[in-house]
Design a protein around this ligand. Structure first.
Ligand SMILES: [Zn+2]
Length: 185
C-alpha cells in the first residue's frame, strides 16, 4: 500500500519521525535521496525529481513548483511520519526505507529521530512533507556493533540523543492534538 504523505496543505509547525544518515564529522545527511547535509537550524526542501527527473515532464512539473517544494502532484519535500513504523518492521514488510525497524536506529549509520517541519506542509494520514525542516532529537540504541559517532553529532547539532525509544516518543514525539490551519494555496 502506498503511503499517504500529504493531501492537505497547511501552515504550521509539525513534528514527525524520520531517518538520517550520520556522515563524516557528525553531519546528518538525507539517507535515501542524495546526500544533502542538514543544517542544524533550517533546511529548505528542494525537488529532487525536478532536479534529476526526466525531461519529458519537466515543463509541467516546473510550472507546478512555482511555490517551491513540496507540491501535491510530486513526491518532494522533507518527510516525517506520524507514528513509529514498528508494526510494519515486525511483519517484515519492508516495502520502503521508511519501514526500517526504529529499534535498530544507530546500526549501519542510520539514525531515527524527531524532526520539525514548518512553512508549507502537506499533511497525510501517515505523515507529512514539509518545506522547512530541522532535527529536534535522535534515538540511538544502546548496543550496536558499529556505533555511530554520537559525540560529534551532538556537538554539531546540540540536540538530545536518547538511548531509550520510549523516551523519544513521550518527550519529543508528534503531538496528536496539533491541528493545522488550512493554507490559501
Ligand atoms: Zn517536486
Amino acid at each position: 500500500m502506498r503511503k499517504d504523505f500529504g493531501r492537505d496543505l497547511v501552515v504550521g509547525g509539525f513534528r514527525g519521525y524520520r531517518w538520517w544518515r550520520v556522515g563524516r564529522a557528525g553531519w546528518l545527511e538525507s539517507p535515501f535521496f542524495g546526500r544533502n547535509r542538514w543544517d542544524p537550524s533550517s533546511n529548505l526542501a528542494e525537488c529532487f525529481i525536478l532536479k534529476h527527473g526526466r525531461m519529458w515532464f519537466y515543463s509541467r512539473l516546473r510550472a507546478e513548483h512555482q511555490t517551491g517544494a513540496p507540491v501535491l502532484s510530486c513526491d518532494c519535500g522533507f518527510y516525517g511520519l506520524n507514528e513509529l513504523p514498528i508494526e510494519a518492521a515486525r511483519e517484515q514488510q519492508r516495502l520502503s526505507p521508511w519501514e526500517v525497524d526504529p529499534r535498530d536506529s544507530g546500526f549501519g549509520g542510520l539514525v531515527l529521530g524527531v524532526a520539525e517541519a514548518w512553512g508549507r506542509v502537506l499533511l497525510g494520514t501517515d505523515g507529512w512533507r514539509g518545506q522547512f525542516c530541522k532535527p529536534l532529537a535522535l534515538f540511538v540504541r544502546p548496543k550496536t556493533s558499529k556505533p555511530v559517532d554520537t559525540g560529534s553529532v551532538q556537538k554539531r547539532y546540540g540536540i538530545p540523543i536518547l538511548r531509550d525509544l520510549d523516551a523519544l516518543v513521550s518527550e519529543w514525539g508528534p503531538d496528536r492534538q496539533l491541528e493545522g490551519i488550512p493554507a490559501t494555496a
